[in-house]
Write a protein that binds this ligand. Structure first.
Ligand code: R5P
Length: 292
């Protein structure tokens, strides 16, 4: 028995398998049965290390189901392993990290208590919406970035006068880092979101330098596609060339992928923190590096 186990949650089976190989850990799969009322019954298929277990489970839709499964796996792992690391490649609920309107609940505060209570001694996330959300955790927390992995993919494309763009101010650091590694210029658009209706609008008018250039829009996540669609429509009006999207977490809710294509995006490239058609960039190496 290796002194390191990786427990593959159902939402991150492939990523967990890749990670276990990279860190030479024993892979333990989980079997799920869903009861008619929606409850998950989870059974671990293997023995755990007494020393350290790593639970890998992204919290994408169905968010609450994947969350309870993550907590259950951590709780079960803690019965055997003295140290349990929660690897949550996509951290659902991370956007609710502040009380924007009075009475709103900061879900990151709730999650911090739940992960600790379940038995995690450390949490690792990938490109969390904002690092601010991790300040509620009293256990050790680390955010790793998939930006270098995404850049590696884009370096293989032949782009014309590429320009890296953030669809909003919040993505400034991420975009700056992408541009620095990629070796190009970057600009930041100004997105306004109506906190009541959720509607987004691009305010910036002076993005003249986009004309005739291939664009890489960099974002942490795509949910409805609204942010990317607004940015793309705005950039197309400025006569840009092709628009590519580089994002870590592609939720692509409902028909977001089609809507984004219709808006004129040539391709969406995302990582395997959320498995899907666009998730062609693997982050297991990046996660492995922080664990070893
Ligand atoms: C917002 O600040 C985030 O960085 C993303 O741009 C946003 O959450 C994506 O959501 P949607 O695809 O629904 O616009």
């Amino acid at each position: 028995m290796s002194n390191l186990s990786v427990i593959a949650g159902k939402s991150s089976e492939d990523l967990a398998r890749k990670l276990s190989k990279k860190i030479k850990a024993n892979l333990v799969k989980s079997e799920i049965r869903t009861f008619p009322d929606g409850e998950s019954k989870i059974t671990l298929k293997g023995n755990l290390s007494k020393k350290k277990s790593i639970v890998v489970q992204s919290i994408y839709p169905p968010v609450d189901t994947n969350l309870i499964q993550a907590l259950s796996l951590i709780s079960k792992a803690k019965e055997t392993s003295s140290k349990v690391i929660a690897v949550i490649p996509y951290m659902g609920y991370a956007r609710q990290d502040r009380e924007f309107l009075i009475g709103e609940i900061i879900t990151m505060k709730v999650l911090a208590k739940l992960f600790k209570g379940a038995g995690a001694s450390e949490i690792i996330v990938v490109d969390i919406h904002s690092k601010f959300g991790l300040k509620y955790f009293t256990i050790k927390s680390k955010n790793v970035t998939a930006i270098p992995d995404l850049v590696k993919y884009f370096k293989k494309l032949s782009l014309k006068k590429p320009l890296v763009i953030s669809p909003d101010q919040g993505g400034k650091e991420r975009t700056k880092e992408f541009a620095k590694i990629f070796g190009s210029e970057y600009i930041i658009l100004e997105k306004k979101r109506n906190r009541k209706t959720g509607k987004v609008q691009i305010k910036t008018k002076n993005a003249d330098e986009v004309a005739g250039r291939d664009i890489i829009l960099v974002d942490d996540m795509i949910s409805t596609g609204g942010s990317i669609i607004n940015a793309t429509q705005f950039l197309k009006k400025q006569k840009c060339r092709r628009v590519y999207v580089a994002c870590t977490h592609a939720l692509l809710m409902n028909d977001a992928a089609n809507k984004i294509k219709k808006a004129g995006v040539a391709n969406i490239i995302s990582t395997n923190t959320i498995p899907g058609k666009t998730s062609i960039v693997d982050v297991s190496n990046t996660i492995a590096k922080i664990i070893i």
